[in-house]
Design a protein around this ligand. Structure first.
Ligand code: GLY
Length: 352
């Protein structure tokens, strides 16, 4: 998998022109969703380099990350004369960059594409690292390929289009990057004033966060080993997300990850000796900024079954990435059902 160029924009227009000029192209297409069409596309529409670009707009939110939407993107590319030498620019959150990346990677066996993530979650996670795809058969990201964008342009001005919940949702992945990297970065993150967001400081934190992910993806692009570090908090986090959907009380992905981190820090403490003080400091930050997800002990089996069905498992054993300390990663950890239930108990005690 080729390495992607990630550009933290100082001058967006110049950076975009350079990225476009690096990809030989006959036509440019821009994929947006209903929201980014309104809130972000105007910033691109005024640029001379994009005056002949063709916009393709799809429905926003994860419910549209499906085969029908993907087919509609292929159809429009085909109808509007896209060739193997055309370029697709994905302007949006993780749903647009995942689906658009897959559309580009499969159309005529692959055309060039550029990601312009507009959410914090997508800037620090989804648009970086080459995972593309769609949901299928009720399963998230079931169909897709690893395929890197030619360039990823990080324009933090787009963050001002987000509500607080979406900022916090992305911030949870940054917190995860802090925990899997080093104490300095972790401390900066949990001491950041989330009540009055300083966007200049946030941009610096985003830069460090992306470097953590890039460094890991570079070592293990196809997730055979160390890339599994990026799953920290996600095994139980995904179970919370699935439960919330099944019970018709959906939560944002990053919130589920933050709450998953609470449980997986506890498992890390129990099984690999993660220090109690750093665990409690992190949990305090999460409780103060994310509130809590409620469930009772009657739902434990259901949560456990969601964990068992995570596609990252092998042979029906729940697989965790745990931490011995900040930046000290232990991949492929397993634990029994009783201990997982203990972690769910721990969460309810310290988050209520
Ligand atoms: N979102 C986790 C990864 O890219 O591997």
């Amino acid at each position: 998998m080729s390495k992607q160029e990630i550009i933290l924009c100082e001058e967006f227009e110049k950076a975009l022109a350079e990225a476009i000029n690096k990809c030989q192209h006959d036509k440019i297409f821009i994929l947006t969703d209903d929201q980014t069409h309104l809130l972000c596309f105007p910033k691109l529409a005024e640029l001379a380099i994009l005056k002949d670009a063709i916009e393709i707009t799809i429905g926003a939110t994860d419910t549209n990350k499906n085969l029908k939407t993907l087919a509609s993107v292929w159809q429009t590319l085909s109808d509007k004369g896209a060739t193997r030498h055309s370029l697709l620019i994905n302007l949006g959150g993780g749903m647009v960059t995942d689906l658009g990346g897959f559309a580009a990677s499969s159309f005529k066996r692959g055309i060039n594409y550029i990601n312009i993530p507009t959410t914090l979650l997508s800037m620090v996670d989804a648009s970086v690292g080459g995972k593309t795809g769609i949901n299928f058969n009720g399963l998230k990201n079931e169909i897709g390929v690893f395929s890197t964008a030619n360039s990823v342009l990080i324009e933090t001005d787009f963050l001002r289009t987000l509500n607080d919940q979406n900022v916090f949702s992305g911030y949870a992945e940054m917190l995860k990057h802090g925990l899997i990297s080093n104490t300095k970065h972790w401390a900066e993150l949990i001491n950041f004033d989330t009540n009055r967001i300083d966007y200049i400081k946030l941009k610096e934190l985003i830069s460090s966060s992306i470097q953590v992910k890039e460094n890991i993806v570079e070592q293990d692009p196809l997730e055979h080993s160390i890339r599994k570090a990026l799953n920290f908090g996600h095994t139980i986090g995904h179970a919370f997300e699935s439960l919330s959907l099944a019970e018709n009380r959906p939560i944002l992905h990053g919130y589920a990850v933050a709450w998953g981190i609470v449980c997986e820090l506890y498992l890390s403490h129990l099984k690999t000796g993660f220090p109690s003080d750093k665990m409690h400091e992190t949990i305090r930050f999460i409780r103060d900024n994310y509130g809590t997800f409620t469930y009772n002990c009657k739902e434990y089996d259901r949560l456990y079954n969601f964990m068992l069905h995570d596609k990252k498992n092998t042979a029906g054993i729940v697989n965790f990435t745990l931490l011995k300390n900040i930046g000290k990663i232990s991949i492929d950890q397993t634990t029994d059902k009783k201990t997982i239930f203990e972690a769910l108990d721990f969460y309810r005690e310290c988050m209520s």
